[in-house]
Design a protein around this ligand. Sequence first.
Ligand code: IMO
Ligand code: MG
Length: 429
Amino acid sequence: MPAFAVIGAQWGDEGKGKVIDFLAGNARIVARYSGGNNAGHTVINDAGTFAFHLVPSGVCWPHTQNIIGNGVVVDPDVLLTEIGDLKRAGLNLKGLAISERAHIVMPYHVQLDILEEKRRGAGALGTTGRGIGPAYIDKVARTGFRMGELLNPEEMAVRLPEIVKHKNEILTKIYGAPPIDAGAILSKVQTWAPRLAPYIKQVEDLVEEALSKGENVILEGAQGALLDIDHGTYPYVTSSSPTVGGALTGSGLSPRAFGGVTGVFKAYCTRVGGGPFPTELTGEVGEHIRTKAKEFGATTGRPRRTGWFDAVAGRYSARVNGFDTIVVTRLDILDGIDPIKVCVAYALDGHRIDRFPLEGGSLERCVPIYEKLESWTKSTYGVTREKDLPAAALAYVRRIEELVGVPVSMISTGPRRHETLVLRDIFGK
Ligand code: IMO
Ligand code: MG
């Protein structure tokens, strides 16, 4: 009864959507377990080109049921727009199921996210401004609303005024912003409730049933390990747990249900938003990667910071998540770049370190120690067989494998579903 987690191994945007769309061909269920519409998962296949924000990336397969798990925070307006767009594109959303226990991103969460960022000034985190942090704050503070409450909007109407009153004190007294109107939010709730009610379910039963039949379940990660609230580069992180622990709590599954954990790495690194990024390339090569790879946020359109592959961070990510295989995406972007470098260690205060430093402020002081690898000129774009890869490109992937210490199961050589090279079967271990 295997569940397989597919987890972002860097700072997000590793190509999880493409990888999950490919793997979902062999899965009964794809369940998102964390984050909200701060995610942007791009999927390109025969059905079209999509940027999913809340709907899981298995939705293009007719036999795959897609679930939004309890660990996700859901902005109902965004989800309804997404559902509408996908239906218009010809996808069948009937099987979509949302956990009763997923929290709701309310309009005031979005407002507070933006105001908090403004207040941070130069110390801004560079959040996506989608209300994600404030929604998770309310979840932990036990003042959130959950999707299941949309099934009983009258009960929500009882609790809402008190919470809005509290939010208004913050909005008006701390930020000097105009107050919000509980009535306006209630009428939103009333429009959400009938439209979303058909999707709100006890999703745990659906997953259990699939697992008991021996069917594959993919747990879809959002963001990346280095953005994890506990294990990431705090405070420049998101407010949820993209790592494997989040796959458990965010889906309600037992560790015994797990058949494997796969980490998705880009062949280089990117980061969007603030925070330390030791291998960042600020010159021509970084710009070349950004332009060629169209490294602009799928959610916010912001240019992404680009850099060399960081094997120190990669090893750390593999350790925190217990990856048993890794996927390397966007290999084709490195075609023709000469020289290619990989960070194998850091120099911290004059000493060489091989492990990712966890002490606050120390990553900022780390200087990457690079190894130069042979480059290749022949295109790897769309290659699907190992023997068609240039020898240097394969050697690059093998070196990443060695440095991270986890076998590579797949290489993505283009954004479309079929532009994938399988080295070993993730499900068949
Ligand atoms: P996917 O699923 C890349 C980043 C933001 C910011 C930080 C906190 O597409 O990989 P938040 O809005 O979450 O409070 O912002 O986290 N971030 C992402 N970066 N990909 C994502 O998701 C991200 N989701 C959040 O840029 O630095
Ligand atoms: Mg993204």
